[in-house]
Design a protein around this ligand. Structure first.
Ligand SMILES: Cc1ncc(COP(=O)(O)O)c(C=O)c1O
Length: 385
């Protein structure tokens, strides 16, 4: 099958399908480019596998498919040269529960957690609900990329710091951290004896040739033993509604602590999540390559539009389908509300603790994206008036 066999331009009407993204503004003339799923049908391999499960007709309790463990082990070795053992894998219904489990079980009540800023909202929510004290590791724009301010790391860490949460690729900001950047972060974690929990859910959504994803745990046997890596096919293959994710944890003691709630307050992944994950990892990679090609085109359109518009700026998006747009030069009281009033629902920067920003999800059909960019332009022209 060649790439043209997948038509990402084909409109898919998601209204009335319980889509979180599309229901929020249902019945209004609003283009919803906020929560991070895409408007594309999942790969044909996934659709066939799910149809086969439905045809079977029995949806009882399930066990982890052994085949899925094998596919993950093979995939991590093939893509990253990272050799993991099947018994290091802990399945979850999503990456978000993994963040919450890490905050609750890998740092004690008196211990302290370090988290990036700005960051996907559940990082902060996880430490708030645990509850654990937290400090921020600020990201700064350096040569057009959002990277850690390494000089600020020392000021963020405390004697009671125990856990460092990382998001790689970064949401928001779209950075793929390089091997050298990760190695310096590892040195910092080792120096302060921190456990690392690395959310790598966006690791397949790489938009620039020559910028590979490096799982932080793959850097050395030492860092592997202090790391919990969270991954999932949910974003890559647009199957979050089926739901399947996993943690890779070499250290058996960390694995036991992390997993204490599993099957109890945290449910297993669903049968449909397992079926979709097996099919995606077994037969979804050509579709994924075509999707990345399409997303690059969308990313370029967004970057060109933002570069033309006064008062907006953004860094080049290396990974994810999310544009992190700085609207601070517009001096709007509420940037999100302003764009919404012009028929464009973006994620408010306040969800990431950066209220002067908005995040635009460009994982949609190009025709709709073009319409959204026209609305963005109109919103900018009225803000100047
Ligand atoms: C960094 C990050 N982690 C986790 C999630 C959600 O993961 P899941 O749907 O598997 O719980 C998202 C979704 O936007 C995300 O961006």
């Amino acid at each position: 099958m060649n790439q043209s066999a997948f038509d990402f331009d084909e409109p898919v009407d998601r209204r009335g399908t319980w889509s979180a993204r599309w229901e929020k503004h249902a019945g209004r003339d609003v283009i919803p480019l906020w929560v991070a799923d895409t408007d594309y049908r999942a790969p044909p391999a996934v659709l066939h596998a799910l149809a086969a499960r439905v045809a079977h007709g029995v949806f009882g309790y399930s066990v982890v498919p052994e085949e899925l463990c094998g596919l993950i082990v093979e995939r991590l070795a093939r893509l990253y040269g990272w050799r993991v053992s099947p018994d290091w894998i802990v399945f979850l219904p999503g990456v978000v529960p993994g963040l919450h489990l890490a905050a609750r079980h890998l740092a004690g009540p008196q211990e302290h957690v370090l988290l990036p800023h700005p960051i996907y909202g559940h990082f902060r929510k996880a430490v708030q609900l645990a509850p654990r004290a937290a400090g921020e590791m600020p990201l700064v724009l350096e040569r057009g990329r959002w990277v850690f301010d390494e000089d600020a790391l020392g000021a963020a860490v405390r004697p009671e710091s125990r856990l460092l949460l990382l998001c790689n690729p970064q949401n928001p900001g779209g950075t793929i951290f390089t091997r050298a950047e990760l190695a310096r972060l590892v040195q910092f974690a080792e120096r302060h004896d921190l456990i690392v929990c690395s959310d790598e859910i966006h690791c397949d959504l790489l938009l620039d040739a020559g910028k590979p994803h490096v799982p932080i745990a793959s850097l050395s046997p030492e860092v592997s033993r202090r790391t919990v890596t969270l991954m999932s096919p949910n974003k890559t293959f647009n199957i979050a509604g089926a739901g399947c994710a996993f943690a890779v944890i070499e250290n058996a003691q960390l694995r036991r602590r992390f997993s204490v709630d599993l099957h109890y307050t945290v449910h297993d992944a669903s049968l449909f999540g397992y079926a979709a994950a097996v099919a995606a990892y077994r037969g979804g990679d050509e579709w994924l390559a075509a999707q990345l090609d399409y997303l690059c085109g969308n990313r370029d359109l967004v970057e060109q539009a933002v570069a033309r518009l006064p008062g907006l700026s953004m860094a080049h998006v290396e990974a994810t389908y999310l544009a992190w747009i700085d609207a601070s030069a517009l001096h709007l009281a509420d940037a999100h509300a302003h764009f919404l009033a012009h028929g464009l629902a973006l994620s408010p920067g306040s969800d990431f603790s950066a209220p002067q920003f908005v995040r635009l999800n460009f994982g949609t059909q190009r025709a709709l994206l073009r319409e959204a960019l026209v609305r963005l332009e109109t919103a900018i022209s009225t803000s100047a008036g």
